[in-house]
Design a protein around this ligand. Structure first.
Ligand SMILES: Nc1ncnc2c1ncn2[C@@H]1O[C@H](COP(=O)(O)OP(=O)(O)OP(=O)(O)O)[C@@H](O)[C@H]1O
Ligand SMILES: [Mg+2]
Length: 167
């Protein structure tokens, strides 16, 4: 059985559905429960959406890459997108958001805080800022990121398998 699967996609919204379907098949082949597959698919979609929204695609050949790996009781999802200096404010927001989530012992509390804040904001606000905290809470997952020397941002999520999903 394959331990990992990789995708390289154009920054198009339609591509998200394709990755979702193929990665769900991969996760099913590891006999994960439907609930777990549902949560992991949500994580994959949120990370790719961010990659498309905040990545640098001024160079036409630039792509979003996705790597999903299953090892023992851990699923790791990594999404890579190119960034340029215009993404600086987003990278610092990404950093702040991840640190802020880590500050809560239970990510559910962070999720509730965020929902309360968002409900006060005007409807047309596009950056609702729920994606990452939803990943942390619903995916029971740890988030991290780094930018390599080639200006490639890597956002990673590590989710521990529980219950019947454990190998
Ligand atoms: N791949 C990325 N590249 C650069 N910045 C990012 C990336 N992902 C997230 N960020 C930054 O982190 C912030 C928080 O991301 P998050 O996904 O939680 O919220 P959002 O994308 O603003 O809104 P939502 O996901 O609810 O539509 C973003 O607003 C953005 O500034
Ligand atoms: Mg998002």
């Amino acid at each position: 059985m394959k331990k990992s699967i990789e995708f390289k996609i154009k920054p198009d919204w339609d591509e998200i559905e394709k990755v979702r379907n193929e990665s769900a098949e991969f996760l099913q082949s590891h006999e994960l429960s439907d609930d777990t597959i549902h949560s992991l698919s949500m994580i994959i979609s949120e990370l790719i959406e961010n990659g498309i929204k905040y990545g640098n695609f001024k160079v036409v050949a630039n792509k979003v890459a996705v790597v999903i790996n299953i090892d023992h009781n851990t699923v790791t999802i990594e999404v890579f997108n190119p960034v340029d200096e215009s993404a600086f404010s987003h990278l610092s927001r990404l950093d702040r958001t991840i640190q802020w989530i880590r500050g809560y012992q239970d990510p559910f509390e962070a999720y509730v805080e965020r929902i309360k804040e968002v409900s006060k904001k005007p409807l047309q606000d596009t950056e609702s800022g729920i994606g990452l905290v939803r990943i942390a809470y619903e995916g029971k997952a740890l988030l991290d990121f780094f930018v390599n020397d080639n200006n490639m941002l890597n956002v990673s999520v590590v989710s521990n398998l529980e219950g019947n999903d454990r190998k």
